[in-house]
Design a protein around this ligand. Structure first.
Ligand SMILES: [Zn+2]
Length: 237
């Protein structure tokens, strides 16, 4: 028995590889697609998060075997030209994708009437070459297969995607209705973030953000909005 002022949350490295796409459709300045994916999830450690404020107050390492599965997913990718035009740097774009993914995940669970844990989310390139995670400095960070860090500015091909996957081996049928509601997911995530009263992002919209705006020098909330605006289809029903 212990009295702690924090809870713990897993640090999640999700490598995701697209195996096949079943359907694709334009989404704003990008594309949405649904298909089959291979996922390897590694939990290298945990974060300690303070109750109520959701501040990150420490880390610990754990050793667990990797979890692998095949399932179905829906993903959104922005055209590389649109990405360059909308963001000053790839780091900023990455923070935007991580924040947008958090909001889209929670909105999507409502849209398909599932629990948030029935869906998994990941930000990566779809080739399992790299995936994005929030580093100890509070910024989005790229990691390669073995967990090593890599620099997004050095990547020749930089096409981050938000993946929402069916969190059961083989899938239980969440990806088809999710793909059908793809425009609504983007729209609802946008209005969730825009209507949030926070200044630069909070656990209620883009998720617990670890570094303040002063440290980042820009607003992660605005970055998430920029990503979603780039994926918003206008005039869609
Ligand atoms: Zn907020």
């Amino acid at each position: 028995r212990t009295r702690a002022d924090y809870y713990t949350d897993a640090i999640d490295y999700t490598r995701l590889k697209i195996l096949d796409d079943f359907e694709r459709s334009p989404a704003g300045q990008g594309e949405a697609a649904r298909g089959e994916v291979h996922i390897v999830r590694r939990i290298p450690g945990y974060k300690k998060i303070r109750y109520y404020t959701h501040e990150n107050i420490g880390y610990g390492n754990i050793h667990l075997p990797d979890q692998e599965m095949h399932t179905t997913a829906v993903w959104w990718q922005m055209a590389p030209e649109a990405l360059e035009q909308r963001f000053a740097s790839r780091h900023e774009a990455l923070d935007g994708f991580l924040g947008a993914a958090y909001a889209m995940h929670h909105v999507a669970a409502l849209v398909v009437m599932s629990e948030p844990q029935d869906l998994g989310r990941a930000v990566g390139d779809g080739d399992a070459r790299w995936f994005a995670t929030v580093g100890s400095n509070g910024r989005g960070q790229l990691r390669t297969l073995d967990g090593g860090e890599c620099d997004p500015e050095q990547e020749g091909r930089f096409r981050p995607a938000v993946f929402l996957y069916d969190h059961y081996p083989g899938g239980v049928g969440l990806s088809a209705p999710l793909f059908d509601s793809r425009d609504r997911v983007i729209r609802d995530a946008l209005s969730l973030i825009r209507q949030c009263d926070c200044a630069h992002g909070c656990p209620g919209c883009i998720g617990p953000i670890l570094a303040s705006d002063e440290v980042r020098g820009f607003s992660p909330k605005q970055a998430a909005i920029t990503v979603l605006e780039g994926l918003e289809s206008h005039g869609a029903a």
